[in-house]
Design a protein around this ligand. Structure first.
Ligand SMILES: NC(=O)c1ccc[n+]([C@@H]2O[C@H](COP(=O)([O-])OP(=O)(O)OC[C@H]3O[C@@H](n4cnc5c(N)ncnc54)[C@H](OP(=O)(O)O)[C@@H]3O)[C@@H](O)[C@H]2O)c1
Length: 297
């Protein structure tokens, strides 16, 4: 299959492009070739594109960048996916588009199902929801919602904790916001399956387990570091609240753990527990495997 992948300089796009290249022909569409902010650039790319599947993880992913430039956020996260979906529909190409748990308001604990009411709190969430709707206007398309992504392709919160613990820096993490993380290594295999099965509609794609806060994730990272001998003793990790983080100008939902029953049915077995995936990533980092993670490129 020829699979076009946007955002190949990003965490998810880089992982998918690398994963797909084993069994498929990948057509990478990094920003330099296809700038989603620029309607003409996207139209030119689509005019020349020949692919069987279009995978779109590209997006403006910084919540604060979206608050600062809502026009750009809507252009890249909503209008460009709409144009991709229109092009793909005219050629019978299915689109696998990536979205977020931040489409939910997340006001109470519990697992959010695919059908649950969406009520984004931020420009980012609203632009991603508009992108979802545009892509799903074509029934052959699939929207994959993911959350708190970590993996070897690009540094994430998990790696910040790892590096801080390794160098003895003070650790603090938000303890009043809960979700379920997504490990890119697992995600790539799930997307393979969704493509093979021609899955349509919305799929929640995160690891399983109990919803966890960033503080809980940070504790798990350092526990795995101790277990794998990367550090000798457990460092203390201070509790923070969302409200204390001055850099967070955009509102963030507090309870967005996603229900993975649909993913489980599709895969035939549940996604593995986030703690198991995290342990694999920490062992990988502990083995000095760092090069790919530095810039994400
Ligand atoms: N990371 C998470 O925790 C998370 C959680 C929930 C949902 N998601 C969703 O998952 C998807 C992938 O996220 P990610 O973690 O891979 O994000 P990422 O590492 O920030 O990558 C985003 C990619 O989008 C590209 N991009 C941004 N603006 C563009 C433009 N104007 N034209 C073309 N490409 C553009 C970036 O290009 P450059 O490489 O040139 O910067 C980058 O490659 C996104 O749709 C995001 O909304 C992510």
């Amino acid at each position: 299959m020829r699979i076009a992948v946007t955002g190949t300089g990003g965490r998810v796009g880089a992982t998918l492009a690398r994963h797909f290249s084993t069994d498929h022909e990948v057509v990478p569409l990094p920003r330099g070739l296809c700038d989603l902010a620029n309607r003409e650039s996207l139209a030119r790319t689509l005019d020349q594109l020949d692919c069987d599947v279009f995978v779109n993880p590209a997006g403006v992913t910084s919540l604060e960048a979206c608050e600062d430039d809502p026009t750009l956020a809507m252009r890249v996260n909503a209008e460009a996916p709409a144009e991709i979906a229109g092009w793909a529909a005219s050629r019978g190409v299915p689109v696998f588009h990536f979205s977020t748990d931040y489409v939910f308001a997340g006001e109470s604990p519990g697992l959010r199902g695919e059908g649950e009411i969406t009520e984004p709190l931020s420009v980012y969430g609203r632009s991603k929801l508009a992108g979802e709707r545009a892509v799903l206007a074509v029934p052959e398309n699939c929207v994959v919602r993911i959350s708190w992504v970590f993996g070897p392709e690009k540094l994430s919160f998990v790696d910040q904790v790892f590096d801080a613990a390794l160098t003895g820096r003070t650790l603090a993490a938000v303890a009043d916001k809960f979700a379920l993380p997504t490990f890119t290594g697992d995600l790539a295999k799930w997307i393979d399956r969704l493509i093979a099965l021609k899955t349509t509609g919305i799929v929640h794609a995160c690891n399983s387990g109990e919803p966890v806060s960033w503080h809980g994730m940070a504790i798990a990272v350092v526990e795995e570091m101790v277990a794998s001998g990367t550090v000798a003793t457990l460092p203390e990790i201070q509790n923070q609240t969302l409200a204390e983080i001055a850099a967070f100008r955009a509102a963030r939902p507090r309870f967005t753990a996603m229900d993975t029953r649909r993913l489980t049915e599709i895969l035939g077995s549940p996604p593995r527990h986030w703690r198991e995936a995290l342990a694999e990533h920490v062992r990988y980092r502990g083995g000095g495997n760092f090069t790919r993670a530095v810039t994400g490129k």
